[in-house]
Ligand binder design. Structure first.
Ligand code: V47
Ligand code: SF4
Length: 359
């Protein structure tokens, strides 16, 4: 019989827990028991250190042919609020970020019906030229697949071209829930879960590190969340290319997904992060994205297995378009204070988790 005690024994012995055991944890209300276990795993992996990085998000366009039901960020061309940034503007934002001490730009956007693949290559080249110290973390697997479709290049060729233009790594977006029945309900136009995974596998083979996200708190069941994490754990066993796992709490406003709920509960947020820490034993980092969680839950999560707090961000559009109540940016000092007050040691990192400075 599965109990918290049997799971605890496994974790203490350094053994991997099964999907059924993860499900048991999701169905348990023993938040502190789960949290304690997650904190133990995190302490073993990362000690008292909590990473953060100084980055800027740039979303070149919100025009998107997919129009996922949950997404309040995207527009159809010609809609009110539809935009596409000029290359000059993107460069100005990157230069400004570099000047303010950022080490990374995080670039993701909609699937634009008219922009050519060359625009994205040119964007990377222009950023590399104008802000050479910035690491460029850009494009989800969904965008990579789209680039392949619009250019006629293979996925491998797309990676080759983007890496040579300056791509340094990839964010973890577009994963949502990697279970087909759920994708059919929340993002039927988006590439399948299997295709997302294949593109990430090819990214890892091409030498790119990526993250993996999980959009939770909508129509999925806890069994879907476990299935999602199991798929990621299996790929990580093969490639080792994932850096961080990032659960994204669904923000409900302005989305076409009409649900009875008004967002996730703090309890669910903490449980999800903690179970991820316990289950994903081959992921080094569990990241709390405070934009979706709010600063307070993000801070408390540091006692529930989280070792990475993202980030200083500057001007966030995806979560705020959907009603996120968190501020648009946190200063570096603000993040350091938040981590310190949780009794942890803040460490500024670069995109590839090399420590830059601890505070
Ligand atoms: O894939 C869209 C999510 C993702 C909503 O890799 C929403 O370091 C909540 O992937 N409520 C894009 N989430 C953001 C992303 C990300 C963010 C921070 C760090 C990293 C990283 C990656 O945002 C999308 C989708 O899953 N999203 N709409 C919403 N209403
Ligand atoms: Fe487009 Fe991404 Fe929004 Fe889906 S989540 S509509 S692919 S921008």
């Amino acid at each position: 019989m599965i109990t918290l005690k049997t799971i605890s024994k496994k974790v203490n012995d350094g053994k991997r827990i099964s999907p059924n055991e993860a499900l048991f944890l999701f169905e348990s209300n023993d938040l502190f028991g789960i949290g304690e276990l997650a904190a133990l795993v995190n302490e073993r992996t990362n000690g008292p250190h909590v990473f953060f990085n100084v980055n800027r998000h740039i979303n070149p366009t919100n025009i998107c042919v997919n129009r996922c039901a949950f997404c309040a960020f995207s527009r159809t061309a010609g809609d009110d609020g539809a935009y596409t940034l000029a290359l000059d503007e993107i460069c100005r934002m990157a230069r400004e970020a570099e000047g303010e001490g950022a080490t990374e730009v995080h670039i993701v956007g909609g699937l634009h019906p008219d922009l050519a693949f060359e625009f994205y290559e040119e964007t990377l080249r222009a950023i590399r030229h104008t802000a050479p110290k910035l690491h460029i973390k850009a494009f989800t697997a969904v965008e990579i697949e789209y680039f392949s479709r619009i250019s006629g290049l293979t996925i491998e060729q797309v990676f080759e071209r983007l890496i040579s233009a300056g791509l340094g790594s990839m964010p973890g977006g577009g994963a949502e829930i990697l279970v087909e029945e759920v994708r059919q309900k929340i993002c039927p136009e988006k590439i399948s879960g299997a295709r997302w995974l294949e593109i990430i596998r090819l990214a890892h083979l091409a030498g790119l590190k990526t993250n993996a996200t999980m959009l939770y708190g909508h129509v999925e069941t806890v069994a879907d969340r476990v299935a999602h994490m199991e798929i990621l754990r299996n790929l990580q066993d093969q490639t080792g290319g994932f850096q961080a796992f990032i659960p994204l709490a669904f923000q409900t406003e302005n989305s076409d997904l009409k649900l009875d709920i008004k967002g996730t509960s703090g309890l669910d947020d903490l449980k999800t992060l903690a179970i991820a820490r316990i289950f994903l034993d081959n992921f080094h980092h569990i990241k709390a994205y405070w934009i979706m969680l709010g600063e307070k839950i993000a801070q408390v999560s540091l006692a529930f297995g989280v070792n990475d707090l993202d980030g200083t961000v500057i001007e966030e559009k995806i979560g705020h378009g959907a009603g996120a109540k968190s501020p648009q940016t946190l200063t570096k000092e603000g993040i350091i204070r938040l981590i310190r007050k949780a009794g942890k040691t803040p460490v500024e990192r670069d995109t590839l988790y090399n420590p830059i400075c601890s505070f």
